[in-house]
Structure formats: structure tokens, C-alpha cells
Design a binder for this molecule. Structure first.
Ligand code: AP5
Ligand code: ZN
Length: 215
């Protein structure tokens, strides 16, 4: 099963990703998480990516495409994977089509911009796993600590209101076009396209997403 989660920054992709990967036993491929790991490790990629991410821009297509090609060639991706935050430009989507990486389903999580800003403000993240919480809507069991490891939760550097606005603009300018790209693919190999109302509770979105995917 190869699934793409599509949606604006803060739409809830990371939150829903954990339910899909558990239900289908497939790995999550989050390019955002991979870049944050590179920053933490201080690699050359991390050094280059940090400035761009802090400003809310997109990292270069060729870097991202190479990183994902390498990741999906690994053994744990043999039975499929969940793309979270990739592809996010037409060039990235086209590169996957050209490489014969055909998706079974695209799940779009639809949330208006006004809701996004409030969500980002309350978001807390466990950096090592990518697990995501919200101080009001999806709080951890212990304040400031990850449910599973008990380690500290952090606020992402790009969750400042000003950067969130920039990321939303970038989404509308460069990523939203993928809704049409995947929605208009024709033929036997075309992915099934599902649009989900992402303004509901985390649980209600989860139910809609899993039932759209046949679980
Ligand atoms: P990335 O990490 O992919 O960030 P993003 O797409 O901006 O998405 P987010 O992770 O911010 O949001 P999300 O949809 O996962 O929402 P979440 O579940 O956390 O990318 C970061 C940066 O890396 C980019 O800006 C770019 O610079 C670079 N990058 C990454 N991929 C790239 C690529 N392919 N090409 C080029 N550059 C790339 O939820 C948000 C909050 O809301 C949480 O607090 C959560 O608890 C809460 N929440 C979730 N669902 C609900 C709900 N139903 N009700 C109430 N609250 C909810
Ligand atoms: Zn995310």
C-alpha cells in the first residue's frame, strides 16, 4: 500500500500518519522529519536546510527527490509506505511518476488557513519520533513529556506565527496544485483520491481516513 497524505502545514498529516502506518504496517516517510533529523545531526544537508526551513521556504527539489529515492529503496519499504509532506511541488510529483513510483491512494486533509495558525501555536513535538501533540486538542498524558518515552517535547522553530503565514503562502503557491495533479490522473494506475474534512476532532478525522482507505 502506497499512500500520500496531502494537506497544508498543520492540517494534521503527522497526527494521522501514525494511525495509517499502524493500520497498514508501513513506514512513514516524512521529509520534514528527515530534514529535522539532519539538522539535529549537524550534517551538511541539515546546515543548508535549517535556514530555508526557519524562513518557511522549500528545500531544493533535487535534494529532496534524492533523499526520498534513497529511503524508498530500503527493505522496509518493499510493501509500501506513507508519504507525509512529500511530494510538495509538481517537480517532486513528476519525478515519482517518471521513476514508476505509483501511489494507491491520495488522502487530502482539508483545513482552512484560520484554523492552522491556532494549531501551530499549541503544537508540541517529540523530536526523535516525530510524535505530535497539541496543548489543548491532543495533550500528552504528562505536561511537556512524550507519552511513550517520557522525553521532553519541544516547539518547532518554524511554528512562529510569521513563519506559519509564509509556509501557508508557499503551500498555496507550490503544493496546492498537486490536488489537481493527483485528482486528474486517469487510468488503471491512477491513485484513489479521498478528500477528508480535517476540522473535526483527531478521532473523527482518523475514522474518515481509515474508512476511506478501506479499514
Ligand atoms: P513538514 O515537517 O512537512 O511540515 P508541514 O508540511 O508544514 O506540516 P506540519 O508538520 O507543520 O503539519 P502536519 O500537517 O503534520 O500537522 P500536525 O499533525 O503536526 O515540513 C517542514 C519544512 O521542511 C517545510 O516548511 C520545508 O522547508 C521543508 N520540507 C519538508 N518536506 C519538503 C519537501 N518535500 N520539499 C521541500 N521542502 C520540504 O498537526 C498540527 C497541530 O495540530 C498539532 O499540534 C496537532 O496535535 C494538532 N492537530 C492535529 N489534528 C487536529 C485535529 N483534528 N483537531 C485539533 N488539533 C489537531
Ligand atoms: Zn508534520
Amino acid at each position: 500500500m502506497k499512500v500520500l497524505l496531502l494537506g497544508a502545514p498543520g492540517a494534521g498529516k503527522g497526527t494521522q500518519a501514525q494511525f495509517i502506518t499502524q493500520a497498514f504496517n508501513i513506514p512513514q516517510i516524512s521529509t520534514g522529519d528527515m530534514l529535522r533529523a539532519a539538522i539535529k545531526a549537524g550534517t551538511p544537508l541539515g546546515l543548508e536546510a535549517k535556514k530555508i526551513m526557519d524562513e518557511g521556504g522549500l528545500v531544493r527539489d533535487d535534494i529532496i527527490i534524492g533523499m526520498v529515492q534513497e529511503r524508498i529503496a530500503q527493505a522496509d519499504c518493499a510493501n509500501g509506505f506513507l508519504f507525509d509532506g512529500f511530494p510538495r511541488t509538481l517537480a517532486q510529483a513528476q519525478a515519482m511518476q517518471d521513476a514508476g513510483v505509483l501511489l494507491d491512494a491520495v488522502v487530502e486533509i482539508d483545513v482552512p488557513d484560520e484554523t492552522i495558525v491556532e494549531r501551530m501555536d499549541g503544537r508540541r513535538v517529540h523530536l526523535a519520533s516525530g510524535r505530535t501533540y497539541h496543548i489543548k486538542h491532543n495533550p500528552p498524558k504528562v505536561d511537556g513529556k512524550d507519552d511513550i518515552t517520557g522525553e521532553d517535547l519541544i516547539q518547532r522553530d518554524d511554528d512562529k506565527a510569521e513563519t506559519v503565514k509564509k509556509r501557508l503562502n508557499v503551500y498555496h503557491e507550490q503544493t496546492e496544485v498537486l490536488i489537481g495533479f493527483y485528482g486528474n490522473l486517469q487510468g488503471d494506475n491512477a491513485p484513489k483520491y479521498h478528500k477528508i474534512n480535517g476540522t473535526q476532532s483527531v478521532d473523527a478525522v482518523k475514522n474518515d481516513v481509515l474508512s476511506a482507505l478501506g479499514k
